[in-house]
Ligand binder design. Structure first.
Ligand SMILES: O=C(CO)[C@H](O)[C@H](O)COP(=O)(O)O
Length: 255
């Protein structure tokens, strides 16, 4: 079967991430088309090599996919720790900070990533940016009083170093889209975010905001799949959670 260039890139990144998987691991399974590739390749490896791994899914969509492909799952509440999470991203920058949530799964994705020893992002080159923000930033909010929360987010943006300030409510087939956790999503059209850590903290301080799609200092590695099947790895050498200023990043190119 010949793959489209986009799928070639996603599958190359996923195959490289699969080499990090060891027998006996508990794995966080991300959401989206790239993470879907990882789940498919993982299922093939489980069947081929009979490795015993357990997945923790980050969305109902990933639960369905993993179940269909025979990848064993457990709930996050039933495990003490996740060894490795592999997930996609909507944008990543040179500090390995991310925008996630294009697939509306940012809340479970962030909880799973935070519970993981290591978060590895798989992506193609289109997700690499000099500054985060061209992709609308998803912010998950509770439904109660959501228009007040939107106003509070708007007021916050007025004092933030961003390029644009438009906010939209994400819609599904019948009004506002409801996430797996029963919330709404605001999409913040910011163009460019000049201080992502500050914006992430400020958003989380607003009552009614559950989480934003800014993943700051959470990823330890980004694997970039190329359309020719090669990969590039960007790795954070220091432990996740250390400040960006201290983070030294190492690049290595596959041949
Ligand atoms: O954050 C996500 C879902 O909430 C996805 O990881 C992100 O949207 C990337 O998806 P894709 O791999 O399909 O481009």
């Amino acid at each position: 079967m010949s793959l489209s260039p986009a799928d070639q890139a996603k599958s190359a990144a996923s195959a490289r991430a699969l080499t990090l998987v060891e027998d006996g691991m508990t794995l966080g399974l991300g959401t989206g088309s790239t993470a879907g590739w990882f789940v498919r390749l993982l299922s093939e490896r489980i069947k081929r090599e009979r490795i015993r791994v357990t997945g923790v899914a980050t969305s109902s969509a990933t639960v369905w996919l993993a179940e269909e492909l025979g990848v064993p799952l457990c709930k996050l509440e039933d495990v003490e720790r996740i060894d490795l999470t592999v997930d996609g991203a909507d944008e990543f920058d040179a500090n390995l900070n991310l925008i996630k949530g294009g697939g509306a799964a940012l809340l479970q994705e962030k909880i799973v990533a935070a519970a993981s020893g290591r978060m590895v992002v798989i992506a193609d080159d289109s997700k690499r940016v000099a500054r985060l923000g061209a992709f609308p930033l998803p912010v998950e909010i509770v439904r109660f009083g959501w228009t007040s929360t939107r106003r509070a987010v708007q007021e916050l943006l007025n004092g933030m170093d961003v390029e644009g300030r438009e906010i939209s409510i994400r819609t599904g087939s019948a009004g506002p889209l409801v996430t797996d956790e029963g919330h709404f999503i605001l999409d913040l059209h910011l163009g460019q975010i000049n201080d992502a850590p500050r914006l992430a903290s400020a958003l989380n301080a607003i009552p009614g905001v559950v989480e934003s799609g800014l993943f700051i200092d959470m990823a330890s590695m980004v694997i970039i799949g190329k359309t020719d099947g090669k990969t590039e790895v960007i790795e954070r050498v220091v432990a996740p959670g250390t400040s960006v200023d201290q983070a030294e990043l190492m690049r290595n190119q596959d041949s």
